[in-house]
Design a protein around this ligand. Sequence first.
Ligand code: GLC
Length: 746
Amino acid sequence: MKRNNFLILSLAITLAAYHPLPAQESTFDRKADSVLRLMTLEEKAGQMNQYNDDWNATGPMTAKSDMAGQIRDGRVGSILNAAGTARTRTWQEMAMQSRLRIPLLFGQDVIHGYKSTMPIPLAESCSWDMEAIERAARAGAAEASACGIHWTFAPMVDITRDPRWGRVMEGAGEDPLLGARIAYARVKGYQGDTPGAVNSLMACAKHYAAYGAAIGGRDYNSVDMSDRMLWEVYLPPFRATIDAGVGTFMTSFNDINGVPSTGNPYLLRDILKGQWGFEGFVVSDWGSVGEMINHGTVKDGYEAACSAILAGCDMDMESHDFVDYLPRLVNEGRVPVALIDDAVRRILKKKFELGLFDDPFKFCDPEREQREIYNPEHEAAALDMARKSIVLLKNENQLLPLSKELKTIAFIGPLVKAVKENKGFWDNEIAGVDSNFIVTQWEGLENKVGKTARLLYARGCDIEGQRRDGFAEAVEVAAQADVVILSIGEHRAMSGEAKSTSDISIPGVQEELLAALLETGKPVVVLINAGRPLVFNYTADHAPAILYTWWLGCQAGNAIADVLFGDYNPSAKLTMTFPLSVGQIPIYYSHFNTGRPAPDDRNRFYNSSYIDLSIYPRFEFGYGLSYTTFEYSNLQLDKKQLKTDETITVSFTVRNSGPYDGEEIVQLYLRDLVGSITRPVKELRDFRKISLKAGESMVVQFIIDKEKLSFYNNQLQWVAEPGEFGVMIGASSRDIRLKDTFVLLD
Ligand code: GLC
């Protein structure tokens, strides 16, 4: 019987390939329909059901029995967190025993590399280097696809302005334009140019939408904002993933304006599938179909499934409400079968695009698995990405770069010899993936100067806790050295999912250890390792040199050593604002002016500020130093009045006025001085990363067109309004080097 069914299916697919097509239908549409026609309602619901492998959960596991039996019965369409060609082959063989032999889709969080771990995405974003970011995603795709994975739940494109939220580590910071450019690059990196290529992954834009705006920075918390803010700030990166051809979307856990994203027809049917014409499929985040019961918008799993499918969710991750209730919802007339068919068609089309019907085991080649996961190209991509992610925050008296002639170096701190800490939160270990060898910070130093310098080590203290008994040894070690490097920060597990914190200062007694080391009079370079912006005012005020080293992945040690000794001149710039205090949050550069803009010293009634603290952050969006210096001059606009169908060419000169070759990320900010609604004091509207040899100059040009002047007005129309605009060329959002204005005519 099964054999006949398979023959019928094969015949149907083959015949479907030769029907005359209405213009907008694709071959994949037709093939998907040919399968759809053969499916029972239960099998359709099965395709919309995703289970976690029966190990290593990335969320609260639901009790499910006999996964193998459910797969054979066609009740499972996808499995997440199954890792390796052997494991995925096992499950796929079970799917081949089902009536219609529809292949399973294997998904996993390949967020920043796979076996060769890349820097955390927030670190990568500070490179502002789209090619490097795309290359890093490509390396992760090549490795994961060689290990049986078809689909990554990435890129995470949530804009956020709140470092208390643990998942800032997973995104690209606070700015919609930069976030959109990076989202596009990551989708291109994961998916490549040929859908279904065996070294690519289908990508997933997540978490749709506005997950990063959770009240209080508390993960999973509610979001409340105007539709205007949603469209202006939080949707652009999602729109960019559509432009990049992203295969899937994932709904977010949060409710937005009172409606859970997973049951939100405005987000899913109106915007995503309607206005944006998205043809892929939407998977819920872990259990978020069933979690609508907790949200209080449905009373049980039956109503949750109804709400989600009506809203436009196509696949249910790990709440099994779809597979349990959709057939009944259709039979009881609550849900039209056409909605089920649309969801299943979307899922089947992706399985056809990936080539899984032609060869369900095409991603299960153990030979390729071995070849790809130890591919030196990926380690090279990881090193390049890591070097470009390190932000130089301070460098008094050019303490850095260090000389390779130093005789004795003390490397101190709880993260110097840490191994897995360098991987950050999303490291696939949860899916049984043991990353490639990590070059620790200590090994990086050894590799660089181990043969020429005496290297001394002391732990000094723990990351957390109040123990100071390691200080004496650390001070004693420091006293013997020509220079001290201190590596401090968070645990990697202190940021990431479900890791929101009310205190973003450097934990434990690590800054006290710094104070003790500074007492020795030795020069101290501080490395800060974290998944989020931290508050470290003592360090920022007293350490002569500071590098923000995030979590840099498998090449952490080599990248840090390259920067410390000048083999790479740091070029990264912050993509999130670093506050002076947690009390400043939310704090971001593109704020409105208010009616009483600060700082205004006339009197406190005239400025929106704190009585106990500056309104300025510790380090602003776009900030980052280099070992060299750059001078900006000669700003010119080719016209000062612009008709709406014209463009303005902005040009200026940048000169490397310092002693080292280096790269500079030049930033174009615009300000709409008078609008129909309040407009930000500045908005990033373009940027360019340029490379200049010492003494070299370059003329940089930006083109300003109507698009760069447009915004969503209160009627949600995308408009550019006539009037005066400010042009600012910045080395950061606060370090504005050149200014001018122009007028947009009616
Ligand atoms: C998690 C995360 C999501 C991830 C999914 C599968 O809860 O929110 O980002 O892709 O579950 O691991």
